[in-house]
Design a protein around this ligand. Structure first.
Ligand code: PRP
Length: 211
């Protein structure tokens, strides 16, 4: 059977996604979340799972290095790629939100310094609100920016809210709810249609058990 390559975002959605695949009958018996190994084969040796940095998943899929990808909608919104988005997996649920100190009044400002891992989402959201922004792109620990005066507020993902809470910040406005999506390379879908449809149908069955 021809091999399907699935690119999986390392980190918060990987464990949930592996559980979902297991429910779907797609078994990676040697997978261990503590392992530094980057490639795993399923028990039938027909599905190759590769672990990549979350922001790189759509690139692997668009370029055809992977047939299928599992990635958060936040990443797809920030940097849209020419891929099919075929399924909402309903895992990795969180929101993209504006956050800051509780007394920050966004409406009262015409100009804001905004720190974010999502500069495109942030800019387009504030543009729609008619608020001019100076966007500062950060790659992590974004919550630090308001605390040390680097920015007036942040745009970031909020899952449990713990990071905000422990740093004295609150959600000021939710931009959008997000979850993990299954994306597919367009050429792969044309060439391996049946194989990919079977995979998706298995995952859908897994979703029924999982949810
Ligand atoms: C993400 C995000 C927040 C945090 C939100 O960071 O950027 O900092 O998780 O999760 P919570 O609401 O459950 O606290 P991540 O863990 O990816 O680390 P990073 O800061 O290094 O990007």
């Amino acid at each position: 059977m021809e091999i399907l390559t699935v690119a999986m975002a390392k980190g918060r959605i990987a464990n949930q996604a592996i559980t979902l695949l297991t429910e779907a009958g797609i078994l990676f018996s040697d997978y261990d979340h503590k392992s530094r190994k980057l490639i795993f084969m399923d028990e039938t040796k027909s599905i190759k799972l590769i672990f990549v940095k979350a922001v790189d998943v759509p690139t692997y899929v668009e370029q055809g290095a992977a047939d299928i990808g599992v990635i958060g909608k936040d990443v797809l919104l920030e940097d849209p790629k020419d891929v099919y988005e075929l399924l909402d997996l309903g895992i990795g649920k969180c929101k993209v939100a504006i956050a800051g100190f509780p007394d920050t009044e966004l409406g009262a400002r015409t100009q804001l310094k905004v720190a974010s891992k999502y500069p495109n989402i942030a800019k387009s959201h504030f543009d729609q609100k008619g608020i001019r922004t100076d966007i500062i792109k950060l790659n992590g620990s974004v919550e630090l920016a308001p605390l040390i005066g680097l920015a007036d507020c942040i745009v970031d993902i909020v899952e449990t809210g713990t990071t905000l809470k422990e740093n004295g910040l609150v959600v000021l406005e939710t931009i959008t709810e997000v979850s993990a999506r299954l994306i597919v390379n367009k050429a792969s879908y044309a060439i391996k249609t049946e194989r990919i449809q079977d995979f998706i149908s298995d995952v859908k069955k897994g979703l029924e058990v999982y949810s």
